[in-house]
Design a protein around this ligand. Structure first.
Ligand SMILES: [Zn+2]
Length: 198
């Protein structure tokens, strides 16, 4: 069966209307909240700008995105909504990546597309309208390197979840690079995850 991405996006959008009294959205087995991208970017890039060692700050932000993607999608994969809505469409492990990406689009993480999957070896995701790229340019002007730390980490986190040794030990078995980024004037952002070199 082909993956009906519209059906998945619609399920997330409909479910996200339900809020607990504190504004938390219980959906797909995880707790979500709405957050302003300007606020997120201000904290994230502000942290990087204030750090003595910007490379270390970048690594921490990418690692946070990776752990977030890994644990969030683990929860999603074990939810009743996944069983009901998504499972009937899935025939292969790789199908799951397309479903994860549809959910990420519905979360507002960007206009994402799975460009290439080599099972167990490589995942290439391309993005338009990444809020980190746009937010960086709006605040600081054109960047000289990729700035989409969250999506970069998430790309590797999806590989950890699907091809790693098993939850919760397999986080960081893969690592991703951002090879193109709209923040530095490229036509799209591109993330490539491969086995981490340890
Ligand atoms: Zn980017």
């Amino acid at each position: 069966m082909a993956i009906d991405t519209d059906k998945i996006i619609q399920a997330v959008m409909q479910g996200s209307r339900i809020r607990e009294e504190k504004g938390i959205i219980p959906l797909f087995g995880v707790y979500l909240s709405m957050i302003s991208v300007q606020y997120y970017n201000k904290i994230s890039f502000g942290f990087e700008n204030m750090a003595d060692n910007r490379k270390n700050a970048e690594k921490l932000l990418v690692d946070a995105g990776q752990e977030c993607g890994y644990t969030t999608f683990y929860g999603i994969k074990n939810s009743w909504e996944w069983q009901e809505v998504v499972m009937p469409m899935i025939e292969t492990v790789e199908d799951q990546i397309h479903c994860f990406v549809s959910i990420a689009i519905a979360f507002g993480w960007g206009d994402l597309m799975v460009h290439e999957v080599v099972p167990g070896e490589k995942l290439v995701i391309r993005a338009n309208d990444s809020y980190e790229a746009k937010g960086y340019v709006d605040a600081y002007g054109q960047a000289d390197a990729g700035k989409c730390y969250m999506l970069r980490g998430v790309t590797a986190g999806l590989m950890d979840l699907l091809y790693g040794g098993g939850y919760p030990e397999s986080c960081f078995e893969y690592a991703a690079m951002e090879t193109q980024c709209q923040a530095k004037g490229d036509p799209y952002c591109e993330f490539i995850a491969r086995k981490a070199v340890k």
